[in-house]
Design a protein around this ligand. Structure first.
Ligand code: FPP
Length: 258
């Protein structure tokens, strides 16, 4: 009691967002954060708006979180923007979602360039409309020399398809004598995935209260810390993101050890 009262280090709660950011930055920062942005439709429904209004609001949140992640010194931010299963949605919604990267980049690319952000993409390009790819490829090219945060869009991404593709490529390389079966290791396998140039995520955030992975980075998330929040993606903000990072900072990561 006496000790606590007189000698315990004073820990004052940060007052401003800048103070909070500084506090978060003074502890361990995850290198790679991946986000399943969920709840856009429910956000819109609660406001009697069309579902696409939720996606539009969600797009603005992508910008906010990208800027903060860059400020925090996070190296990679992977955003699940469209899954291989999302084609099942009504055509109008799919078309809207396929227009969003273009709209996002039209508005925010200059800011991303200025902030030294590097845009990348993972996903199956074959089904993505040409206009969407054109916008994304331009952003990738315009930011290729930046060395700040990697903003990695998962677009038409599905983890099982990614793994199957890797298996087929490995089989082909064995057949062609490029590799031998004995050399297949976790490291080699990782190099056949779309994320080959990225570290595995340290932290996964999923919004909207759903507690599942929905075919997202199944291999890469093996040792990732998970943070699920009930907040719907369009309501997600800097404070929520800092909450998730703080949760991560309290976790003890043992990677199977003790
Ligand atoms: C899931 O919410 C969200 C999506 C399928 C799309 C996510 C896309 C964005 C947040 C915008 C992306 C922005 C850029 C820049 C590409 P849902 O529609 O499944 O929501 P619900 O579960 O409430 O219906």
């Amino acid at each position: 009691m006496f000790y606590n009262k007189f000698f315990k280090k004073q820990t004052t709660a940060p007052k401003t967002e800048t103070e909070r950011i500084d506090k978060v930055k003074s502890s361990v920062i995850p290198k790679h954060v991946a986000i399943i942005m969920d709840g856009n439709g429910r956000w819109a429904k609660k406001r009697s708006l069309p579902r696409v209004a939720g996606h539009h609001e969600g797009m603005k949140v992508v910008r906010k979180i990208t800027i903060l992640a860059n400020d925090l010194g996070i190296e990679t931010l992977t955003m699940f923007a469209f899954s291989t299963e999302n084609w099942k949605r009504p055509k109008t919604e799919v078309d809207y979602l396929m227009n969003l990267p273009e709209e996002f980049l039209k508005i925010y690319l200059p800011e991303l360039i200025e902030k030294n952000v590097k845009v990348q993409m993972i996903g199956d390009r074959t089904q993505i409309p040409k206009h969407t790819l054109r916008a994304v490829d331009k952003a990738i090219d315009d930011t290729k020399d930046n060395d700040g945060l990697i903003l990695n869009f998962a677009l038409n991404y599905g983890s099982r398809a990614e793994i199957l593709h890797a298996v087929k490529e490995i089989a082909l390389d064995i057949k062609n004598g490029k590799i031998v079966e004995e050399n297949i290791s976790e490291e080699l396998f990782s190099n056949y995935l779309m994320t080959k140039n990225l570290p595995d995520p340290d932290l996964l955030i999923r919004t909207s209260g759903e507690i599942r992975l929905s075919n997202f980075m199944l291999w890469q998330l093996a040792y990732t810390e998970f943070c699920f929040t009930n907040v719907l993606w369009p309501d997600f903000n800097e404070e929520e993101f800092l909450n998730a990072i703080e949760q991560y900072q309290k976790r003890s990561r043992r990677f199977g050890g003790i």
